[in-house]
Structures are given as C-alpha cells and as structure tokens.
Design a protein around this ligand. Structure first.
Ligand code: SF4
Length: 356
C-alpha cells in the first residue's frame, strides 16, 4: 500500500495523471499534445512536475534534431543558422565574451549533424540543415506538496510568489493530496492568487478525471515580459528592516531558458527516474498502481517494502544486492536481466509519447 504523503510516489502519480489529463477539466486544443517531465528548471529553481503543451506537427518536425536535448548554445546556433553558407561571425551574434565559445558551439552542432559547416579562406561557414520548429506552446510548472502542513505551506507560498514574479512558466500550480475535508489544506494555504491549486487523489476513481479537483484556477503569467527575480526579502520579524533585493531578467533570456527546459523535458520525459536508481538490484521492481485508465507503474523495493525515492535507491543504499548472475541466463524476456528489462519498459513508454 503506497504512502501517498511521501513526495516521490506522489510526484510520479501527478506526472502520470498530467500526461493523461492535462488541462484539468478541459479538452486539449486539436493539434496539440502534452509531454511531461520532472525535476526540471533553471540553475536556481527546479520544478517538481513540468507539463509542456506542444504543437503536434511542430513536435514531429523537432524529431529530425534527434532525441538528445539541445542546450542553450546549440539552440542559438540551430535557430540562427542561415539558409546559405555564411561565416559564423556574420551569421550569429556574440552571446559570450569570446568568439571562441561561439565557435565551440558551432563545432558541437556540426558534430551532432544539426547544421552543415565548411571551411573557406580559413573561415568556418555554416548553414542550417533544417528549420528549428516552434514546437513549445506553453510550460506549466507544478509543485507537489502532498502533506501541506502550516510550515510547508509558508515555505511554498514564498516560492510560488517568486515563481509568479519571475514568470518563466505560463502557469504555476501547487498539487496537494486530497484529504476529503470540507476545506482542503491547499485552499487554506496563503498562496498568491496567480497560482493554481489542485487536490489530487492518487488512488482515486477508475478514470483519470476522478483523480483531481481544481481548487483554484491560475492566472496566465507574463512569460513574454521581463521577469523579476527576487533575491532576498525581509523576514516577518519586527526587527528585520532590510529592503527586498531583486533583479530584472530580460524577456529574451526567459524565452531561451523556457526552450532549453522544454528540450530537456523532450529528452528525458518523467520516467527517466530509473536512470538514477538501481534497477540492477535484486530487490528492485515495478508495481502497478491504480486501476483501468489510471493504472501506472511505480518502483517498488522488496527489501524496504515501499516505493523508494531516487535518493534512497542509489549507491549508498546499504540493502543493495546485485541481481544474481543466474537471472540473466534464464531467458528473461529482455536480454540483460530483469533490471535492464524494467528500464526498457519505461523507455518504451517514453518513446510512445514522443512523435517521430
Ligand atoms: S534495496 Fe536499496 S538499491 Fe535495492 S531496490 Fe531497495 S532501495 Fe533500491
């Protein structure tokens, strides 16, 4: 029986629900689809669950650039590469202090066959192979807090205010565990009015829509405007007379950061958690939670008798035991033993969501 007040299994369940049901209570526009990722963001801020609303046709065109994510520098190169060969310094802008770094990005892009390059008169020229499509329509950030007690709510409210001021995601949500109380904790928490609040019942219903209730609808954030990054703010103490510190972030920086997050989401999806766990441990397994339309797979540790977090199920786990070699020669369905087989199952599910 899963303890849904633990963040990791709750987060996986929210990801699975979002993949089926986004946007909650509404239909997705024709020609759109969603991809879901987890633990993505910028250097300063990571969101638990991230939903990318994508243009399906453009997403299909994105596939020619490969499954691997394009980072910010590669995005700068592929999006600005000209149709005809041109010296890279004429075609691109200097985004760092030194052209050498731009040249390195051009070389990386060429090594991955994202662009074409040639050398003429001792100059590196480049041209595009394909047009980089405009596939990312919106990014939705969801913070998962199944156990929203008073101190968790205060910390989260502060974080949500920062997210709203920054405006990097189109919508910011909090997902809490549905308690069935007349007033759900998510509603009582002092969140900014721009943030949406969801109550999720991970074990609920036999259809996905039974699994969640929107307690508060979010406002769309101004992703195309400059953002405000709150660096420091006074505490509630009567003795703290310090001023808030903040800086502005320009809209171009935000646009590129959003796309880079979308790219990592495209590569990893949300099932890549298995990459940082030990499926090669004899105690590791995947169990089905939910029924019918809501069924999904979740890691299960036979030794701990629960869904282990990625932190628990790693190199430091004292209960780790490697798969017995005999397991790998028993004709397990996928060559390499059960652990490798489980990884393949999750990878196949991720692939199905990514159009070719
Ligand atoms: S015993 Fe440790 S390493 Fe093995 S599955 Fe459980 S948590 Fe993971």
């Amino acid at each position: 029986m899963t303890d849904w007040t633990r963040e990791f299994p709750f987060e996986l369940r929210v990801c699975q629900w979002a993949e089926r049901e986004w946007p909650p209570g509404e239909s997705l526009d024709p020609g759109k689809q969603v991809l879901v990722g987890r633990q993505l963001g910028t250097r300063d801020r990571r969101w638990d669950t991230v939903v990318a609303v994508c243009d399906t046709e453009a997403l299909r065109q994105r596939a020619v650039f490969g499954e691997q994510a394009l980072d910010r520098n590669l995005l700068r190169v592929v999006r600005n590469a000209p149709f005809e060969f041109e010296w890279y310094r004429d075609a691109l802008t200097l985004w760092t202090t030194d052209w050498r770094y731009v040249r390195e990005a051009v070389k990386d892009a060429a090594d991955r066959d994202l662009i074409e390059t040639r050398r003429r008169n001792n100059r590196i020229e480049l041209r595009r192979r394909w047009e980089y499509p405009d596939w990312l329509d919106a990014l939705i950030a969801i913070e998962n807090k199944p156990d929203l007690d008073r101190s968790a709510a205060d910390a989260l409210a502060d974080q949500m205010e920062r997210d709203v001021a920054f405006g990097l995601a189109d919508e910011a949500w909090v997902a809490t565990l549905q308690t069935g109380d007349a007033a759900e904790p998510g509603l009582l928490a002092d969140m900014p009015v721009e943030a949406g609040v969801l109550a999720v019942d991970p074990a609920g219903g036999d259809s996905s829509s039974d699994q969640s209730t929107v307690l508060w609808h979010p406002r769309t954030l101004a992703v195309e405007d400059p953002g405000t990054r709150i660096l420091d703010r006074p505490s509630d103490s009567e003795y703290d007379h310090s001023a808030a510190e903040f800086e502005y972030v320009d809209a171009d920086w935000k646009a590129l950061a959003r796309l880079a997050i979308g790219e990592r989401l495209y590569e990893r999806g949300w099932r890549s958690y298995i990459d940082s766990m030990r499926p090669d441990c004899r105690h590791f397994g995947l169990e089905t939670v939910g029924e019918d339309a809501t069924a999904s797979l979740q890691p299960q540790c036979a030794a701990k008798d629960r869904c282990p977090s990625t932190w628990e199920c790693g190199g430091r786990c004292s209960e780790f035991e490697p798969e017995p070699p005999a397991w790998r020669s028993m004709g397990w369905p996928i060559e390499g033993g059960p652990g490798k087989g489980l990884r393949s199952v999750l990878e196949a599910r991720r692939e199905r969501k990514r159009p070719k």
